[in-house]
Write a protein that binds this ligand. Structure first.
Ligand code: OXD
Ligand code: MN
Length: 588
């Protein structure tokens, strides 16, 4: 008798009509074969799916060029289809599930004709973790199949694990005709189903990532009492060898990956990497919050990655231990057959092809690499991988850091008074937008806990859920906000950032361990400058003061905007959040 997975695969195949169905086993040998197919047979717009790069310099690396309209997440085409609109909230696009499915069925009719349907069995989380989930994704893209091998624990054991259950996590993906008008990323939380058509871009097509591990998982967490968050997980080792685990939420392209593998500028301190994008947080039996990273790879922005900003990422990209490493929409040095992007160390190569494969001419004023060009590489390539990465229980979290990109107003670091105040700090958070999603770049948007595009249910209920989790924690992590991006009169960043951010992390772990005092302000505790190690930084005194100052006049405007933002969620905003708001408004 056919199993529920087999029946489901057959049903989809009848609709999508692939030429072949191929069940992946996640092995290296298979990845090599799929890449060969992507080089020699499969095409996107008549071009090969993969180009082999220089393996002497970049072991196991390949370049992929996407369709030119398909380079970022498309939030306006992303829907969360709860049975009622209210559950999806204002933060999500919504369509009734039956209507969404009718539309998707039409678009998917015969969409895999002439292609292979790859069946990808995978786990999010370590298979022996009580928090792990077994999933199946179907796709007609070899790029997606190979990327999923890097980003997840892909193995046929996931099929065994699902066995005869039919409530497994389901992902349906097809490139369709890659036309932006026939592109949709639809979520059906109650069925644990994601259906994505018309895009091959990571955030839209690697369905274990944003779609399942954040949007659907956040809804599961809401029902089951845990949190799925857009967060880095790191262990910070101090000179005495103690490791403090922290998570950090930041909107896309605000330095999350750099933080995840930070090379410390302070002697004696070390950062151990557990994840750069997603954390699943559960309350442990000891009343502490435990984090696992459900993924096994990095899908990060290349532009700006260099030996200065993130040396450990360059080492990861060149490690070649876990096969393969993919580059998407970078430029290509045609003399050496190496990937290239703006911000990479060394002189600009003479003979570059741009991200679309055309000869690049600087004089035309266009970037050679796409600003959202990406690398996909395994965490097992990372020289700073924490020895607890595969720990099924996860790691106990002592601090949660919430960051954003604000050129003004928000101090370098602030500590919330307590958990509810920290939830409010997250709820009011904003950031200037970047190129990771297709929208206007550089405008301020409120992005609570960096989850606005990823929370799979009403954001007001999400705040309530955070408050409830806090009630279950007898040892809650402290909550902090950080902002590396404040500028001076000349519009230059005041804080040097990157490896120097360890100075802020040091302050945070000293606060966590109650070793230092801090200054109380209406928005939380900020550092006394004497407690920040600033040795050798040369930041002028007046600019340093600006980094931790609170300008009441500017905050008046901010408080009003926070109110407008929260009011949109109507009755879903918990009383406690309004109490926190009133307390802030009164002081300002
Ligand atoms: C990502 C994103 O790709 O947040 O991680 O956009
Ligand atoms: Mn992200």
């Amino acid at each position: 008798m056919a199993t529920p997975i087999e029946r489901w695969v057959e049903e989809q195949a009848r609709l999508m009509r692939p030429d072949k169905i191929y069940w992946c086993d996640g092995s290296e040998e298979e990845a090599r074969r799929l890449i060969e197919i992507g080089i020699c047979q499969e095409k996107i717009d008549g071009e090969p799916v993969f180009y082999k790069l220089n393996h002497n310099l970049w072991p196991g690396a390949y370049l992929h060029r996407s369709h030119s309209t398909d380079v970022a997440r498309t939030e306006h085409l992303t829907y969360v289809c709860h049975s009622d609109k209210e559950s999806a909230g204002l933060n999500n696009n919504w369509m009734p599930p039956h209507k969404a499915k009718e539309m998707l069925r039409k678009l998917s009719d015969g969409c895999m004709r002439g292609r292979t349907m790859y069946v990808l069995p995978y786990m999010m989380g370590h298979p022996s973790s009580p928090y792990a989930k077994a999933c199946i994704q179907l796709t007609d893209s070899s790029y997606v199949a190979v990327s999923m091998r890097i980003m997840t624990r892909m193995h046929k054991d996931a099929v065994k694990r699902i066995g005869n259950r039919d409530d497994f996590v389901k992902g349906l993906h097809s490139l369709g005709d890659l036309h932006p008008e026939r592109r949709f990323i639809m979520h059906f939380p109650d069925e644990h189903l994601v259906w994505s058509i018309g895009s091959g871009y990571g955030g839209n097509a690697l369905l274990g990532k944003k779609c399942f591990s954040l949007r659907i998982a956040s809804w599961l967490g809401y029902q089951e009492g845990w949190l799925a968050e857009h967060m880095v997980i790191v262990g910070i080792e101090d000179p005495a060898g103690n490791i403090t685990y922290v998570t950090a939420a930041m909107p896309s392209a605000c330095g999350k990956t750099n933080l995840a593998m930070l090379q410390s500028a302070l002697g004696g301190y070390k950062v151990w990497t557990l994840g750069d994008d997603i954390a699943w947080l559960n309350v442990g039996a000891d009343g502490r919050l435990y984090a696992i990273n459900p993924e096994t790879g990095f899908f990060g922005v290349t532009c700006g990655t260099s030996m200065k900003t993130n040396p450990n990422m360059l080492r990861t990209l060149k490690a070649g231990k876990f096969f393969p490493t993919l580059f998407t929409n970078t430029a290509l040095n045609q003399d050496t057959n190496e990937p290239w992007w703006e911000g990479l160390d060394g002189p600009v190569p003479k003979n570059l092809a741009d991200w679309e494969g055309n000869s690049w001419d600087k004089a035309q004023g266009k970037k050679a690499a796409h600003p959202n060009s990406r690398f996909t590489t395994s965490l097992y390539n990372c020289p700073t991988l924490s020895r607890d990465f595969d720990n099924p229980k996860g790691v106990p979290i002592s601090a949660i850091i919430l960051g954003g990109r604000r050129t003004d107003l928000i101090p370098l670091v602030t500590e919330a008074f307590n958990w509810p105040n920290g939830v409010f700090l997250g709820a009011r958070g904003g950031s200037e937008t970047t190129a990771a999603a297709a929208h206007q770049v550089g405008v301020l948007r409120r992005d609570p806990m960096a989850m606005l595009p990823f929370c799979g249910y009403n954001m007001g209920d999400y705040f309530k859920h955070w408050l409830n989790i806090g009630k279950k924690l007898t040892h809650p992590p402290k909550i902090f906000s950080v902002n590396w991006f404040r500028t001076n009169e000349k519009d230059e960043f005041i804080w040097p950032g990157f490896s120097e951010n360890i100075r802020v992390l040091k302050w945070i772990i000293e606060r966590v361990n109650n070793r230092i005092e801090a200054k109380e302000t209406p928005i939380g505790f900020v550092p006394y400058l004497k407690d920040l190690n600033l040795e050798g930084l040369n930041i002028p005194e007046n600019e340093l003061k600006k980094l931790t100052s609170i300008n009441m006049e500017d905050w008046c405007g901010e408080v009003k905007e926070i109110k407008d933002f929260l009011e949109q969620f109507g009755k879903h905003i918990p009383e406690e959040i309004w109490r926190q708001y009133q307390a802030l408004a009164k002081h300002i």
